[in-house]
Design a protein. Sequence first.
Length: 504
Amino acid sequence: MPATSMEELVSLCKRRGFIFQGSEIYGGLQGFYDYGPLGVELKNNIKAAWWRSNVYERDDMEGLDASIIMHRQVLRHSGHEATFSDPMVDNKKTNKRYRLDHLVKDQKADVVAKVAEGIGADAGNFPAVIAALNANPAQASEALRAAGVRDPFSGEVGEWTEPKPFNMMFKTTIGPVADDDSYGYLRPETAQGIFTNFKNVVDSTSRRLPFGIAQIGKAFRNEITPRNFIFRVRELEQMEIEFFCAPGTDEEWHQHWLDKRLAWWEAQGVPRSKIEILDVPKEDLAHYSKRTYDLMYDYPTLGHEEIEGIANRSDYDLGSHTKNQADLGLVAKVDENLDSIAKLTIPHPDTNKPVVPFVIEPSAGVDRALLAVLSEAFTKETLDNGNERIVLKLKPHLAPIKVAVIPLARNKPELVDLARRIKSELQGLGLGRILLEDSGNIGKAYRRHDEVGTPYCVTVDFDTVGKGEDAALTDTVTVRDRDTLAQERVKIADLSAHLQGKLR
Ligand code: GAP
């Protein structure tokens, strides 16, 4: 049974060291989180699984790690300077700011209906209500006030300003001079680093269409209302592919990537039955998109929310950067057939003429992936003895700790030394993190490792070192299975092969 509420996950993450509030000792910084000892392992394992599946297991993909701070021209000509914004309103009474759609969505149904009536929109079509508020800013503030829209901070009806767009990009100065030419942006998506390196990758790898470039990295969005734990943050991590293909083959590739990505989520323990596919309505598409499928995972407490977007970005980005480069005189002027463009084109596979390729972009958030994986793995069970246990039934390849090696008593050097040697040998297998757990209380150790999802615990006891009651058990250890709770005695000499077989 997966987690039923976000609170359960937040509590587990804090208690067991997965995730902490950023800058916590100074009161915390909203929208920023730090990944603790187990969080960093889980995050790395999710990213490694994504990279393995999308780069190593394919023959048509290259990897990239581009810089986070980008030239302002890049974000200008990608369209982000003009359009990467959300509508914001202020409450003049409390000086609190809200994202308009979040503010309205969180009101009671009768208040939303009154807002819709006040702005002349259909209450059953929420995006249309927000669009109408944005299109008529002068009437919007009165519609919000008259409908009795309350400020979530004070609980009182607010005195709302007109909605205005708030650009979500973080701007930063570069170098010691702070004039108009010395600023850049922290990238709001990793994608632009792929587009600006398109030609570098093509030239250095001799790739031909179709092929993709994959990247995992941080992106930054100055969200007006970061919320819901790590679901909506200001510093996020993305796993993105830009898959380049000949115009006309884009729809087929779009379907290919939709199928591939759903299969990948399933392999991480996020079942198909928990994901709805939203064919994003035309009026809600991003400025670059011809068509987008949003994968909407059923998060506890939140309901269906986007975990990944799979967009057909057409030739928008490479086309725009190509045109801009020409306008700036950086490459030869564009002619009708793009023949003279040296940059950002590639030979068409059929005609060999230069073409700006179409792009299919599967873009998943690492933080949202981690939340979904945790939510699916979270299980509460009642044991035969009536006790309750919390266990994270993570797929073994995602588990932060693969095996915990536990000496039965922490003050017996012969047990601890042998456990350390076993840990060291298992670590050498390259399975991931193996932990020496010498806290000294076997019951607590099992509970802790159930809660953090360790698939196997190996216990070194007095029988193992020939000081127990059963001489036949000398040189054997107990291997405990997280999910079945079955315990079996395994010879130390066979342990590596035994665990390798189970964990690979
Ligand atoms: N390059 C395309 C792009 O960035 P997006 O739908 O804005 O598209 C892609 O973002 C994914 O990044 C989302 O599906 C989500 O998983 C993640 N994401 C976006 N904004 C986020 C935020 N503020 N906090 C956490 N994850 C976020």
